[in-house]
Design a protein around this ligand. Sequence first.
Ligand code: T4K
Length: 403
Amino acid sequence: MIKNGIEDLVIFGGHPVFDDKLHVGRPNIGNRQHFLDLMNDMLDRRWFSNEGPYVKEFEKKIVEYLGVKHCIAICNGTIALEIATRALGLKGEIIVPSFTFIATAHSLQWQEITPVFCDIDHRTHHINPKVIEKMITPRTTGIFGVHTWGRPCDIEALSEVAKKYNLKLLFDASHAFGCSHNGKMIGNFGNAEVFSFHATKFFNTFEGGAVVTDNDDLAIKIRLMKNFGFAGYDNVIYIGTNGKMNEASAAMGLTNLESIDEFVVINRRNYECYNSLLNNIHGIKILRYDDHEKQNYQYIILEVDESETGLSRDKLLKVLHAENVLARRYFYPGCHRMEPYSSYHPNAGLLLPETEKIANKVLCLPTGTSVRPEDVIQICEIIRFVVENGVEVNQRLSAETKR
Ligand code: T4K
């Protein structure tokens, strides 16, 4: 490692370990030529959207891959959440974790449904089913579980609460494409599950998403709603929107589906490398995946315990960014601390102690097919070096901030 003393850190005047920026969320890309061939055919065909042949094939392949009855491809995950919510007839209040990407909450508020933020279990980072019952009111119509980091939330417990109170259960499975729970692919649970296929996701269609469900009537409704509510020419039977996936996205999806196993192999290699190099650093905990299930290993998640490292997550982040390692604080500061929610309920944090604790500790590191093992080794060496010199780095950063 090239750092002999803390003055070698870029933040104190040294040279960066990486010349180019290393991002979290660099897209995984399948066979380029295959994609370009599909694009050529698409241009020849002059069919770009509106249930084109690639979208139909893509939906069929997703149905086969997940073992679900229906897949409706959508233009992105946020619109997919909105459409699924509306098609399920949800209104009033829906219980959601605050520790999630803002789109989970916004997809509800956009429809004037109130997201009621529920605390997480700090061990799993998932909505805590034990707390949910306390948040149910006569206005509650549903629960959103989020399979954060691709690890399934407590599906059985959530299903029980939903059944007991006659609530709909929808899963935001944006992180969990290609993952399983008890051997069954994510996509098969609750009333419906929603995926994001955004560029930064394990599996991407540039922008994109899908709703998957086994419910025939719900699937028909979603399919109509994503096309303005049109049921044939000149006949609109629901309020709808434009949620259609375009053909270029579907072609990217078809291309990437063929390489999905290779993406997993690379992500797993990176995860194992991170895991072995970081697991004995005091105050740094890496989130583990259950190797008995199918995983996509897309998120390398650390919890930084300042009482042991001597410096906060935010200071570690600052040092890493200076070295061109663009780690991210997903999902800081929690939806309840963002607008409009923080104005509506300024004291919501009092009911979300675990969310607040985890949102202040979590750091997400770069992985994916663009990240090489030698990059991972270097990133881990920087982290080890900074934590080993945590007290000194902290003091110096604090002194510089005061100046
Ligand atoms: N629910 C959950 C739980 C979600 O995580 C998300 C999306 C959704 C719902 C909504 O699904 P979508 O409507 O997005 O399909 C990013 C993504 O934009 C967002 O899709 C994702 N979650 C979220 C976790 O991360 P930002 O604001 O952090 O994006 P940004 O622009 O900072 O990009 C992230 C990193 O990725 C950057 O470091 C650069 C890199 N990047 C990004 C793009 C777009 C690339 O290298 N290439 C690219 O093409 O939200």
